[in-house]
Write a protein that binds this ligand. Structure first.
Ligand code: AMP
Length: 400
């Protein structure tokens, strides 16, 4: 079975074509600057990358170009679109109703349209990607995989915010959680690696990238997570503030005269590691600057590490125990220094890592960094959201 996985952003369309029999990625790439010019980077294993600048007026045109490249004699990996068996779409938000990956029907698309107000950035491009596929490949099964659905079993006292209840009831303001596909993938992978039924494991998964979230996975189900109504809540991120006292927001708006849009821009794009360090949103640059004695870079690192520790601790409390801790995504998979700092002084919780293994880890594969004899298994597990989407798509398309 060949599955095309699509991830549409506001001006981008990422794609991967999987051969599910071999779990191979046949080709992948990214269309960028959609609606404002257009570029495509197309990659195949063991071949040079192909790059082109080409007018991409909308997501439909971008998808047409992707399908052309996938089938082209020169850059292609299949000879006809008909070889694609199903399409899986990454959809950030499934709202309250779409609680699991779903075959796309008219009613699914209609529901996604109704929740655009709570998902204004990611909703419209995801819907555009789905509609483009329906127009170009109408007879193909299409599946939507939601970042939020891993959290559909979270209990109400963990997702209802302590503000007037009517904002939840009428306006759907609540914790939704994000990065669910990644947390679901790495927790399942870890259970496989440990050779234990996931139903018996209490795991904290740390997805640490430019956007970061931490999730408590008890018995294979997410029971709590750091991101909330939007991906803004939780720990400090590359450019996002994470959780702060909400009165800071109204205070700054009142005293500085910021509009809601300006305030959102500050909290989303000018805060986090960038905002504190004044240097960069990239952890590598901040680590280097901190090593060279930059106080604000050091402060940014400390804020990040402290946020991660606090979440791990609170999730151990919520689950009444911990069997395993997982690090994933750009920072989690690559930055040994952050992993080391997070796991420092955590013996009380049973977390102890082998510092040498942590520092000299092998990139790109699941890697055990547990100190011998430690109660909690600590692993680096490379995330693969696209593969997880392909697996769900295969499952649902086969039942179709
Ligand atoms: P992501 O959003 O998952 O792509 O992660 C981005 C973050 O991961 C940035 O803060 C980078 O500093 C970090 N990162 C990505 N790749 C590497 C790498 N090879 N070595 C160290 N840090 C990395």
């Amino acid at each position: 079975m060949k599955i095309l996985v699509l991830n549409a952003g506001s001006s981008s369309l990422k794609y991967q074509l999987f051969n599910m029999e071999t779990s191979e990625v046949l080709a992948k790439g990214n269309c960028e600057r959609i609606g404002a010019g257009g570029t495509v980077t197309h990659k195949r294993p063991n071949s040079d990358n192909y790059f082109e600048e080409i007018e991409l007026a909308d997501h439909g045109k971008a998808l047409e170009r992707v399908l052309y490249l996938l089938c082209s004699e020169e850059y292609g990996v299949i000879s006809d679109i008909k070889e694609i068996d199903a399409v899986g779409h990454r959809v950030a938000h499934g709202g309250e109703q779409l609680k699991e990956s779903s075959l796309i029907t008219e009613s699914v698309v209609k529901y996604l349209e109704t929740i655009i107000p709570i998902n204004p950035l990611h909703g419209p491009p995801a819907i555009a990607g789905i509609k483009a596929c329906l127009a170009l490949m109408p007879s193909l099964p299409q599946v939507a995989v939601f970042d939020t659905s891993f959290y559909s079993d979270i209990e109400d006292f963990r997702y209802v915010y302590p503000i007037p209840y009517e904002f939840y009831e009428n306006d759907k303001v609540r914790r939704y959680g994000f990065h669910g596909t990644s947390h679901r993938y790495v927790s399942a992978e870890l259970a496989k690696i440990l050779g234990k039924p996931i139903e018996q494991l209490k795991i904290v998964t740390c997805h640490l990238g430019n956007g970061s979230s931490i999730t408590a996975v008890d018995g294979g189900k997410a029971i709590d997570t750091s991101m909330g109504f939007t991906p803004q809540e939780g720990i400090a991120m590359g450019t996002r503030s994470g959780s702060i006292d909400p009165t800071v927001v109204t205070y700054l708006m009142k005293t500085k005269g910021y509009t809601p849009e300006q305030m959102e821009d500050i909290l989303n794009k000018k805060s986090g590691l960038l905002g504190v360090s004044g240097i960069s949103n990239d952890c590598r640059n901040i680590y280097e600057a901190a090593k060279n004695g930059d106080n604000r870079a050091e402060l940014a690192m400390k804020i990040l590490v402290n946020g991660i520790k606090k979440h791990i601790g609170s999730y151990v409390a919520e689950m009444n125990g911990l069997d395993a801790l997982v690090f994933t995504a750009g920072i989690g998979e690559n930055q040994w220094n952050i992993r080391e700092a997070v796991c420092e002084n955590m013996e009380y919780l049973g977390i102890e890592i082998d510092k040498e293994r942590n520092k000299n880890f092998t990139r790109g594969i699941p890697f055990d960094i547990t100190k011998e004899g430690a109660k909690v298994a600590t692993w680096i597990i490379p995330t693969d959201e696209e593969y997880m989407i392909a697996i769900d798509t295969q499952r649902l398309a086969s039942q179709n």
